[in-house]
Write a protein that binds this ligand. Structure first.
Ligand SMILES: [Zn+2]
Length: 253
């Protein structure tokens, strides 16, 4: 029955399409029905999942369409030039990289680290990769708040664990202030973040990370976790912004 009614909707929309221009639909593959006809019956159109991923970004207040491109990032010293260059290379070579290669931007606040990792995410989204956005504090808060509801919790955490590409923005934000560690990782913190990073490490899934922590600070917080994050950057994709990278500040000097 369901198949019948879907069939009708699709037929109706396809008829309309032949009379009107294709641009009437956001998705010309399914005429915005979300379903396509295959030999074995109906299947979800790829636009369905793309929309779903977009909604997950929007839940955290970011519309991927509004994310600034990498070409709009203006480097202002050697480190930021290198960061931009490596980011471009990461996008270009993504399919040839070792499986699960991370790109991690560390250190000094205000250097545009978030701009760069979101721009990479956007570029990969446009290549139809399933890229998930995880602003660390908000996402961990949501996980902690739902820890008692097993079913929902697993659904939430599995998204981050299994995403084809995961962006973790401002990792350990609540542990750093003005370039210093202000708190330790608690058992509760670890219960939520460790399974995500560990799963991605073990399954060689790529993660893009921005953090105000330096590599030394990551090690101080948790050596095993830092090892898992940094090991997968190789020589090229772990970049520490130093204290000459504070663009916001630099404007006033
Ligand atoms: Zn579609």
């Amino acid at each position: 029955m369901l198949a019948d009614s879907i069939n009708k909707i699709i037929a109706k929309n396809h008829n309309t399409i032949s009379h009107a221009s294709n641009s009437k639909y956001k998705c010309t593959k399914c005429s915005d029905t979300g379903f396509i006809k295959t030999e074995r019956g109906f299947a979800r159109c790829s636009c369905y999942e793309e929309d779903y991923i977009k909604r997950l970004w929007e839940n955290f207040g970011v519309n991927p369409e509004d994310v600034k491109l990498l070409k709009d990032y203006e480097p202002y010293n050697d480190v930021t030039k290198r960061a931009k260059h490596q980011a471009a290379e990461y996008i270009t070579n993504f399919n040839e990289l070792n499986k699960g290669t991370n790109l991690v931007l560390m250190g000094q606040a205000g250097g545009g680290k978030t701009h760069i990792i979101l721009a990479i995410g956007k570029a990969l989204l446009e290549r139809k990769m399933k890229v998930l956005y995880m602003p660390y504090l908000e996402a961990i808060r949501e996980l902690k708040a739902n820890a008692m509801d097993d079913e929902y919790y697993n659904k939430l955490i599995n998204r981050y664990k299994m995403a084809e590409v995961l962006i973790i923005d401002d990792l350990f934000k609540d542990k750093v202030k003005k370039g210093r560690l202000t708190a330790e990782l608690t058992e509760a913190d670890m219960r939520h973040i460790y399974p995500i990073l560990n799963y991605r490490y073990s399954n060689k899934l790529p993660t893009l990370i921005s953090t105000e922590c330096t590599p030394q600070m990551l090690i101080e917080l948790d050596e095993a976790l830092a090892g898992r994050i940094l090991e997968r950057c190789g020589k090229s994709y772990g970049i520490e912004f130093n204290n000459q990278c504070n663009y916001r500040l630099r404007q006033f000097i």
